[in-house]
Design a protein around this ligand. Sequence first.
Ligand code: PNW
Length: 466
Amino acid sequence: MTARNFPESFVWGSATAAYQIEGAATEDGRGRSIWDTYSHTPGRTLNGDTGDVAADHYHRWSQDLDHLAELGLGAYRFSISWPRVQPGGSGRFNPAGLDFYARLVDGLLERGIRPVATMYHWDLPQELEDAGGWPVRDTARRFEEYAAGIVGALGDRVHTWTTLNEPWCSAYLGYGSGVHAPGRTEPAAALAAVHHLNLAHGLAGRVVRELTPSAELSVTLNLHVVRGASDSAADADAVRRIDALANRAFLGPMLDGAYPADLLADTAAVTDWSFVRSGDEKTIAVPLDVLGVNYYSSTLVRAWDGHSARSAADGHGASAHSPWVGAGDVDFLPQPGPYTAMGWNIDPPAFTELLVRLGHDHPGQPLMITENGAAFDDVVSADGRIHDDRRIDYLRRHVGAVADARAQGVDVRGYFVWSLLDNFEWGYGYDRRFGIIHVDYDTQERRWKDSAHWYRRLVATGQLDG
Ligand code: PNW
């Protein structure tokens, strides 16, 4: 067997998120989330796009599950909309909302596809934001109650429960740079959000353990591969600081039971971290069956010398409101291309590097790639097909990077392509297409891109071509 063969047991899937595909924003008793508010606020999303209709998956879910089955996928990662199942974020649950997910889960099981459910993919009920949002501790308690409701309703049928998707984005983009909902730009609040998201993960994890011991428990992190512009001590320190904010702020408490001391020291001018109470770190460190890893591109930094021009690659650098709380003197450098339509650089070796590091730092922790994929400007050709060769090339090289990590002994158990369908790409609206299946937003017609055909063959053979 060559390094590029994947065993039968390797899980192939694809991923979506509720607000990005469902639409039906006001149907069947759904409440409002921070993304409804944000996307309806002028100037927040490209072209003023909202998730009101999205890919209309709420009405087309059955047909969409048929696509999963035709792709031959073993698992489907979706998210549950908190305001659809618990409209005010506390108290009463909405039976119609729970029914939707019960039908979805049953539809997956009927097709022999494992349900991998994410509890939170960024759609916080607006009422909870009005009460302070993730910077306040009570939100973690509300999340625990929500988790008990959905696990109680669906627990025995869901194969894997994922507490959070990318808490890095929720905390730093939602409360630091403000480019995601709720659009706040408050550095101290962003760090408090980090902690309360971690706490929410731990509390919900305990709920899963207690209510459905046979289900797998996971969390999904968007981990950063941070490289320095030189091997100077100053650049190495910039790498260490960004690694602390991006990665160890989550990996530390979740997998090692404590926040890294350097993170607390680096951010001391922003907050004293007094929101971390005794016992919290123990709660957060609930053992995980799998750690979900999302990877798209890499990050290059240097220590700012105070003189040279500042750059702001990805809009995440030294902009007016940086997500990199307390690291205003770290410069984010543009990287060599090629780039995807997000402007993100393509760096498959960094993916292998990340996985090898995780295998080294957290031995015995199984990993799952819960998102990887690319947006490109897709064109429907005269033959009616979408020849997305660049997406195929991106996917081939990144699946290859996973194979390389596995060949080095890293325990990666599966791969989910982002995304099944074109969808609402947050601040970029419908302008950026990540799907392996094209969506015509006028007719809601689904059409397989060449990448979907390519993925089906990979899934069937477990063998990378080319
Ligand atoms: C992830 N960043 O989001 C999400 O989990 C998906 O919902 C999203 O559609 C996908 O990746 C593609 O963007 C991210 O700015 C959004 O670094 C932004 C960033 C990273 C991930």
